[in-house]
Design a protein around this ligand. Structure first.
Ligand code: AMP
Ligand code: TRP
Length: 327
């Protein structure tokens, strides 16, 4: 089996783009996989300590509610396996400042700021430590993270060259094109939690009535046919993508069914499908909310499983790099 690892930052609420574009894929590929709420990465930019704690738990609960089953995969919160910080330090001595400065995510976040944390520059090394600590072969990520996975490969290859064959060299896997969900109010931008577009973003825990309202208010075009054409009909194409994600049906089928029925009927169908798609998640989430002790226990169990894998890697890394064995 292929060992997969991926991480998600606990910043803001999970939205439909995260769920349909990433989390759904994690759920489908969860056997022998490791999924992590990366709270240490969330510390690289200014944040509220109390909010971080609450958000980390909440995101872990959302992932469980979405269908990640702690019996089938390893689900844990990054900082609960602190050895990742040790591997980050060791990899810091393999990475160069030049290559970290060249990362586009760093350049984007750094530009125009008077001062940023050293952690922000080091963000990709912590991510490399996540991936390499768990012997990861495949890293399912969005396109924006490919550069970081490439850096991880470079660091693993360089490490192995310098210290002998120790680390598994991973590769990124990205979802097929078209898996991008767009903002309902601006269908040329991706749906995102950071953007100031509450009406354009569906949160996975939005009330059904709110979901319906947002979909009915989605920006479309002055034409009347339902057709997938991202160039000329970005709004309708996005709604078709949503309907396809929510129902698991291919887009051509949906086009055939809704082509001439009018936008009102089509939007009503999309809203109903999205509400149904998210209903089990809402239900599971509220069950977990009533069992905080169980959530704590499941996370501790996940961290223990992750730690067992991590200890094997760090023992080899320590020996290879000339650190004394821990007695
Ligand atoms: P982020 O919210 O940026 O931390 O991303 C978490 C995961 O969700 C990543 O794998 C992203 O590629 C994915 N993702 C975020 N926004 C979207 C979107 N609008 N459509 C599809 N996938 C997305
Ligand atoms: N940097 C990733 C993101 O912003 C999150 C992440 C942290 C991650 N560690 C990871 C993704 C390890 C894959 C593997 O989406």
């Amino acid at each position: 089996m292929t060992r997969r690892f991926s991480g998600i930052k606990p910043s803001g609420e999970m939205h439909l783009g995260n769920y349909a574009g990433a989390v759904q894929r994690w759920v489908d590929l969860q056997d022998d996989s490791i999924y992590c709420v990366v709270d240490l990465h969330a510390m690289t930019v200014p944040y509220e300590p109390a909010a971080l704690q609450a958000d980390s738990r909440r995101l872990a609960m959302l992932l469980m509610a979405a269908g990640l089953d702690p019996q089938r995969c390893v689900l844990f919160v990054q900082s609960q396996v602190p050895v990742v910080a040790e591997l980050t330090w060791i990899l810091n001595c393999v990475a160069t400042v030049g290559e970290l400065r060249r990362m586009t995510q760093f350049k984007d976040k750094d530009s125009g700021q008077e001062s940023v944390s050293a952690g922000l520059l080091d963000y990709p090394v912590l991510m490399a430590a996540d991936i390499l600590l768990y012997g990861t072969e495949e890293v399912p990520v969005g396109e924006d993270q490919i550069q970081h996975v490439e850096l991880t490969r470079d660091l693993a290859i360089r490490f192995n060259h310098r210290f002998g064959d120790t680390l598994v060299v991973p590769k990124a896997t990205v979802p097929p094109v078209g898996a991008r969900i767009k903002d309902l109010q601006d269908p040329t931008a991706k749906m995102s939690k950071s953007v100031d577009s509450p009406q354009g973003t569906i949160l996975v825990l939005d009330e059904p009535a709110r979901i319906t309202k947002k979909i009915k208010a989605a920006v479309t075009d002055s034409d009347t046919t339902v057709r997938f054409d991202t160039e000329n009909k970005p709004g309708i194409s996005n709604l078709l993508s949503l309907l396809a994600a929510a129902t698991g049906r291919p887009i051509p089928d949906l086009e055939a069914e809704y082509a001439t029925g009018g936008y009102g009927t089509f939007k009503a169908a999309v809203a109903e499908a999205v509400v149904d798609y998210l209903a089990p998640l809402r239900e599971q989430f509220s069950l977990l909310e009533n069992e905080p002790g169980e959530v704590t226990r499941l996370l501790a169990e996940g961290a223990a499983k992750a730690d067992a894998i991590a200890q094997k890697t760090i023992t080899r890394v320590r020996a290879a790099t000339g650190l004394l064995a821990r007695s």
